[in-house]
Design a protein around this ligand. Structure first.
Ligand code: SF4
Ligand code: SF4
Ligand code: SF4
Length: 347
């Protein structure tokens, strides 16, 4: 049985880490004056509203950690409070040279899911009671945080439990003077929830595969796309500063529009929306962590993350790759392997 600290909520852990100087800063979700956002806090007095368990993901926290650590590793310990899909995205960003893990103390949240941002921010729904989860969360296949030093667990516990997953976490708990006991890693309630989420995932994947099949299916699903690119701007894995699909390559001259008209008589504006999605898919199918940010940000209610997850799951299975599983595991499409995909060669 793993070692754990009982009765200490995550905000108290943050306070202790700062007070005792174990962490120079903490990073996580903060709520203030009706807003929720990720914040980097260095003083205990700033912990007002620090609420890493609040069921909202205004942005995938891996993007924030990437901004802090992209250029160089941070020099002093910072505790980052993240949900499982945020940690997985962070691991992928490390492999894409967009983040460093050095000096990070990772506090993972055993995750039941988050609400849609639109409901929280625009409709101002109260998230203390019942609320609609993101579809990505209803069908989340990885709600338990891997690669964390600490795991905060609440579901099915009589009081908050913080599991110590690494030696570093055990040392920190000791230095904070916290008493440690043996506790089961996951409650039965959480195991049951994880199974329900997996079953729901299988259902939505098979439905979206049926719906988005072939060019007609893609047109049906992405036909409403207005080309705003919100889905890529919020995606933790789409990190390019200059997106190819926003480059001058897609600024056509009058002649090229005319040529298209001569061929097809009419065309939809904006152009190239399906091409954008297919291109984005090829760039990131191996690393999509199915966080649902893209779908949540879509003003046209297009099931973007369901399509990306369905495609991602097949591509990832092909390479026996699980994004975010390990920082040691090489990214499939950037690593040449002599012994791979013979079935394609042999065709
Ligand atoms: S996708 Fe999974 S890990 Fe991410 S917020 Fe939803 S339930 Fe949590
Ligand atoms: S494509 Fe969508 S679901 Fe996948 S990582 Fe990006 S934002 Fe998350
Ligand atoms: S957010 Fe929605 S409408 Fe905007 S580009 Fe993506 S799929 Fe299209």
């Amino acid at each position: 049985m793993p070692k754990a600290v009982q009765g200490v909520p995550p905000e108290k852990l943050a306070q202790l880490l700062l007070e005792k100087g174990v962490a120079k800063a903490v990073f996580g979700l903060r709520r203030l004056e009706g807003k929720a956002f990720h914040a980097l806090l260095t003083f205990c007095e700033q912990l007002e509203g620090f609420d890493p368990l609040f069921p909202l993901m205004p942005s995938n926290g891996a993007r924030g950690v990437s901004r802090l650590t992209c250029v160089e590793p941070i020099s002093e310990p910072v505790a980052v409070f993240l949900r499982p899909c945020e940690i997985r995205a962070l691991i992928e960003l490390v492999k894409l040279n967009q983040a460093h893990l050095d000096n990070l103390i990772i506090v993972g949240i055993e995750c039941t899911g988050v609400a849609k941002n639109q409901e929280a921010f625009i409709q101002q729904k109260d998230l203390s009671g019942d609320f609609e989860l993101r579809k990505a969360c209803k069908g989340c296949e990885h709600p338990y945080p891997e690669n964390a030093d600490f795991v905060v667990s609440l579901l099915g516990r009589s009081e908050p439990v913080i599991i110590l997953k690494t030696e570093k976490a055990e040392d920190i708990a000791k230095s904070l003077g916290l008493s440690v006991s043996d506790v089961p890693e996951m409650s039965d309630e959480f195991k049951k929830l994880a199974e329900e989420k997996k079953a729901y995932s299988d259902k939505i994947i098979s439905e979206i595969k049926e719906r988005a099949r072939g060019i007609d299916g893609l047109l049906e699903v992405f036909g409403r796309c207005i080309g705003c690119h919100n889905c890529s701007h919020v995606c933790p894995i789409c990190y390019c500063k200059d997106c190819f699909f926003e480059s001058a390559t897609f600024d056509y001259d009058a002649e090229s529009y005319e040529n298209r008209l001569n061929k097809k008589e009419t065309y939809r504006v904006p152009l190239d929306t399906i091409l954008f999605h297919l291109g984005r898919m090829t760039h990131m199918a191996t690393s999509c962590v199915a966080c649902g940010m893209c779908e949540d940000a879509c003003p046209m209610d297009i099931p973007v993350s369901q399509v990306f997850k369905a495609v991602g799951r097949d591509v990832q299975a092909l390479f026996e790759y699980v994004p975010g599983r390990s920082v040691e595991e090489e990214l499939p499409l950037t690593t040449f392997r002599y012994d791979e995909l013979h079935e394609v060669e042999d065709r």
